[in-house]
Write a protein that binds this ligand. Structure first.
Ligand code: SF4
Length: 324
């Protein structure tokens, strides 16, 4: 049996729910109970969260026969990638290796793996088995937050990620969660380092989940998230430089160092506010409730959504400059 995100299961024809958003990646979750102690994640051994949850999403279980049948119609149903989220298993990377091989036997879709790896040799073995990309999730943006909310050394994990990115160029991704006590200066500083090292960044907004140590927490203010999303986009597209960004004393972004007309023009398509990460990954409603604030748009924004996101961003910059 393997868990599949509820939306992916609908796209694979394994569930009949009607949805207002369809994933373009089929998301799978391997393992029950993770050896990591992340305080924001229901899968973590330190939490009492439901094991069928990851992010805001439900992950029902299906047999391998059903997966096989579902993947045969995946591309026809708009799926462009497989994402295997693997908990940190007792047995190390062996369960992930085995699953990648099984997926590769039945599907030609590119496969992203998000897993805990101990060294570059493990990354190489996973690529050899058929992974197209590997995500080493940093999650917590500042070193103190990392120690507090995940445990262990952020420096060590970043070191491994940078080493892998140097030796396996264009193949590494990471996940960063906004809202775990970092400043925008820290968030964009880390984004800049990761992008310069060739790492693809997938940005998430923290969401408090039942049964986790952080269930009483709050998601980040949307204007702050828009500033970080816009910064990531401008840096990724090389439309701005981090050393031209200006921050106030609290580390809040007050300027991208660009004239407002350029900023409006660069961000006019709304692409900056869409889900970031591996190609084809849109994670519908992973961070948000349908009908609530949309942190990561899983599709192109409508004209009114583009205008609202840009207005939130520009007004917040004007307000922060006045405050600074
Ligand atoms: S960015 Fe998307 S496809 Fe890539 S590892 Fe993360 S969730 Fe999976």
């Amino acid at each position: 049996m393997i868990r599949i995100s509820a939306g992916s299961a609908v796209c694979l024809g394994l569930k009949a729910n009607k949805m207002d958003a369809y994933p373009t990646t089929a998301y799978f979750l391997s393992g029950n109970s993770c050896r990591m102690g992340c305080s924001f994640c229901p899968q973590s051994m330190g939490n009492n969260g439901a094991l069928n949850r990851l992010g805001r999403v439900n992950w029902p279980e299906f047999s391998w026969e059903q997966v096989k049948e579902g993947l045969s119609r995946a591309e026809k149903n708009g799926i462009r990638r497989i994402c295997l989220q693997s908990v940190r298993h007792e047995e190390g990377i062996d369960p992930a290796l085995e699953l990648i091989e099984k997926f590769k036997d039945i599907s030609n879709l590119p496969l992203s793996l998000s897993a805990w790896i101990k060294d570059q040799q493990e990354a190489a073995a996973l690529f050899k088995a058929g992974a197209d990309r590997i995500s080493v999730a940093i999650d917590a943006i500042n070193p103190e937050g990392y120690q507090r909310f995940k445990g262990g050394s952020q420096e060590e994990r970043l070191g491994l990620l940078f080493d892998c990115a140097r030796n396996l160029p264009g193949k590494m991704s990471t996940h960063l969660i906004c809202g775990l006590g970092e400043s925008e200066n820290e968030a964009l500083g880390l984004v800049d380092r990761l992008l310069k090292a060739g790492v693809t960044v997938a940005l998430f907004a923290f969401v408090p989940l039942k049964g986790t140590l952080l269930e009483g927490g709050t998601s980040p203010p949307v204007d702050s998230y828009r500033r970080v999303q816009a910064g990531l986009y401008l840096l990724r597209k090389k439309l701005a430089e981090f050393n031209c960004f200006k921050f106030n004393e609290q580390g809040r972004l007050i300027s991208f160092g660009l004239p407002e007309t350029d900023l409006q023009r660069f961000l006019a398509t709304g692409a900056a506010f869409q889900t970031s990460g591996c190609p084809g990954c849109n994670r519908p409603y992973y961070n948000e409730r349908p009908g609530g604030i949309i942190y990561n748009y899983h599709r192109a924004l409508s004209a009114s959504e583009r205008e609202a996101a840009l207005t939130t961003l520009i007004k917040s910059l004007q307000k922060s400059s006045n405050l600074s």
